[in-house]
Ligand binder design. Sequence first.
Ligand code: ADP
Ligand code: ZN
Ligand code: ZN
Length: 674
Amino acid sequence: MVSGPILHIALSGPFRTCFDYLPPAELLTSPVPGCRFEVPFGKSNRIGILLSISEQSTLPPSKLKRAKRQLDAQPLLLEADIRLLRWAADYYQHPFGDVIFQALPSNLRKWRTLRMAKPAGLRLTQAGKAVDLNTLGRAPKQVALIQTLMKNSAGLSKIALKEEHAITPAVVRSLMKKGWIEPCDLQTQPETPTAPPKEKEGHPLNPHQQQAVDKVSHYLGTFRPFLLNGVTGSGKTEVYLHLVEAVVARGQQALLLAPEIGLTPQLLQRFRERMGDKVAVLHSGLADGERERIWQSMRCADQQVLIGTRSAIFSPLPKLGLIIVDEEHDLSYKQQEGFRYSARDLSLVRAQQSLTLAAGEQAMLFLNRRGYAPMLTCHACGWLTDCPRCDARMTHHRQQNLLWCHHCGHQQRVPQQCPSCGSPDLRPIGQGTERVEESLQQIFPDTPLARIDRDSTSRKGSLEKLLAQIKAGVYPILLGTQMLAKGHHFPAVTLVAILDVDQGLFGADFRASERMAQLILQVSGRAGRAERPGKVLIQTRHPDHPLMQLLTTKGYDAFSEVALQERRNALLPPYSHQVLIRAEATKAEHPERFLNQILEAGLKIDGAANIEFWGPVPAPMERRAGKTRAHLLIQSSHRQPLHQWLEACIKLIDELPQSRQVRWSIDVDPQEML
Ligand code: ADP
Ligand code: ZN
Ligand code: ZN
């Protein structure tokens, strides 16, 4: 088995699976799903799109080839786009390689790299501006280029230079070599220098139209299909216009699908009159370059409204808030050859998948573990980042390049090599908030994310500032530890994900499951306030665990009833009362010896017969901060005899000579057995 980052790439062609490659020798950026790669395939090279990255490949090492190069630094397709395409390929049983590539403008199915968002231009450098033109008497073309650029100080595109000023690429190259001109970004000029025509007001709606607009508007931001029923001329388009305006006003994008013959100049004109250049149109008559430009502008959300025929359903629309399918019964929504999809049906799937994030709402992820990963391991020998002072692992904090024990505070630099065998291959195990943040940024590169944990809010006032920004809606994704669950109200949160709750199901502490349930309840309470329906996702490896089932299907009351019954059967609190005596010392044998003496003396106290003694036993974390620790648990079904016994016992402890060799404490009604 080969390990290291392995790229899973979908290749253009009738392929139903994707292919594994090693990353190319040189990367443009760290590879993100949605970027294109050129890869060797058979005897030739092909283009593929990166779908995912994993640690391992099932291919034998001899079969695993290296990708040739990365074509895009930015993903062409975002995660949501890939998800829709995957769904469509599965549902229509069409090879995924075909499906994913037909979603790209044809220019980008080839080797062409992505066009710059702004056209690249040329301008004079300082040296170029200072050239004495008289010295260039024998190079009139160079003089012409310099003079042209003098007049256009903001720069000119190469195309304009060639077509409007008859300047050849050879001249451009020679001045470039001399360092007299340089590339620059061109500010996109408005097509007409005059002010854009004033956007028209719509008709006042009639009561039926108003009712339709109100009903749909109420559900903007959630998934909800509607059928608008009305004969031609009854005013449906007017309803669409109002709804699209409402969506655009929310800062979102709208997609209007129309049958090929329904995409009439009148329809486009009405949208253009009302919304000007926010509207783009995709139809079969467009040149490839124009198609690519529109695709780009939708992908960057530079334009808000896309009107198009069937295939427009695959356009990237990161802020999609509404899809309208005009004349949904029309047969032209179904492609009749090759990839036989129905754009009408896919519009429903797409609307359903458009995850919360686009809707001006917030998603909250909760993981009660800060740092990058709970430990590092050496891949060669299995060495782990044990804390030298505790029975615990040191957490990997990647941003600070530290190993940090959360129990005793011990810190050290991350070693370059395994201290045990010298291998440089040290890998993180498990997830902390830092690592989840990194994954989220890869999946949603354009979505601002706020991380709330002790590390990200250590500076004074930073938590307050972050919370205020979250309330103002700056961050669609919130990620955090317990700090995030504590009492803050986030009315816009409609999706909550609780990561890795399993320690609650199997924790050593009998209260672990109760805490897990309370946490789920508390965190879930953050979702779906203020009339917005919310969703809670729980990540567990044991979805069938009876307590988990009870909690998710019947709720907290049912859970607590069963949990209480279990406690009653086991005679655990609240059906009994507990006292925990803790002892710790530098010398390993002292704490247990001390607790044994307490036990011996305690058994002789009056009333000891009504009391149960458990231990002494090593504490769950036997060594912490260099000290060895032990517990003695004392329990009784009645509080009074327990307290009488305790009073007598404390007097005895004070007289024990060993009590000066250990640090000891008494915890009445202990909440944690740490
Ligand atoms: P449909 O899309 O159902 O065919 P339209 O929205 O195109 O209907 O409306 C048909 C005609 O009626 C258009 O000329 C439109 O400008 C006009 N119209 C629609 N709604 C109103 C209204 N509330 N008041 C006045 N005229 C309207
Ligand atoms: Zn420690
Ligand atoms: Zn090692």
